[in-house]
Design a protein around this ligand. Structure first.
Ligand code: PGA
Length: 249
């Protein structure tokens, strides 16, 4: 049984104080929900406050990015060890906004996965196609390329530690969610790639989250699908009531 993950990606929102107040606001709900893994990814300056606010709860704190080197002259960057040192358990890697605005490639995604795993962080690795790629019928090819170049060289043991997030770029922040059918099809394609490269049991254990305009109103329909193991949620995770509703979906 794969435990579903409800991950909040706060992007460039919320100060440290706002992050702590949010966690306080959802604490009671987080204790009531059954088989859900709860992960919240605040901005870097809010991580420590979020870890402290989440202490003693089931809420786990994720960074939104990291650098692959352990230390050095990389102005503005943050290493995996710096994240574990303050109590982060997860890190989002290869989000499409990082790929689009900050030049991330499948190659850097691969290096970041290795750095995260080495430090004991759980990588939440994002893949997904643009609207043009989907309309040209290239979704499968794009996902395969991202999967192979980002994750193909991992050992089965390393692969077993990551969480995948399918985030079609045309659905992110647009209000245009993939239908459960569309998401399911992409999730199956990704699971087949995992089976072909890492074996059936690795594919069976892999959690694949869906991301892209997830809302309390559409989340249950997505979660009903066998192959959809949770969500990576941006906009609808910013309000405590809305996030609490997602946790209970
Ligand atoms: P959205 O963002 O839920 O606001 O579409 C999802 C994401 O980018 O992870």
């Amino acid at each position: 049984m794969r435990v579903p993950v409800v991950a909040a990606n706060w992007k460039m929102h919320k100060t440290a104080a706002e992050s702590a107040a949010f966690i306080e606001a959802i604490r009671a709900t987080s204790e009531d929900v059954g088989d859900r893994e709860i992960v919240i990814a605040p901005a870097f300056p809010a991580l420590q406050a979020a870890v402290e606010a989440a202490r003693g709860t089931r809420i786990q704190i994720s960074a939104q990015d990291l650098h692959w080197e352990a230390r050095g002259a990389y102005t503005g960057e943050v290493s995996a060890d710096m994240l574990t040192a303050i109590g982060c358990s997860h890190v989002i890697i290869g989000h499409s906004e990082r790929r689009e605005y900050f030049g991330e490639t499948d190659g850097t995604v691969h290096l970041k996965i290795l750095a995260a795993l080495e430090a004991g962080l759980t990588p939440i690795v994002c893949v997904g196609e643009t609207l043009d790629q989907r309309e040209a019928g290239n979704t499968g090819v794009v996902l395969r390329e991202q999967f192979t170049a980002g994750m193909g060289a991992l050992s089965p043991e390393q692969f077993g530690k990551l969480v995948l997030a399918y985030e079609p770029i045309w659905a992110i922040g647009t209000g245009r969610t993939a239908t459960p059918d569309i998401a399911d099809e992409a999730h199956s394609a990704l699971r087949s790639m995992a089976a072909a490269r890492f074996g059936d049991s690795a594919a069976e254990a892999l959690r694949i989250l869906y991301g892209g305009s997830v809302k309390p109103g559409n989340f249950a329909g997505l979660l009903e699908r066998e192959g959809i193991d949770g969500g990576l949620v941006g906009g609808a995770s910013l309000d405590p009531e809305s996030y609490a509703a997602l946790l209970c979906a």
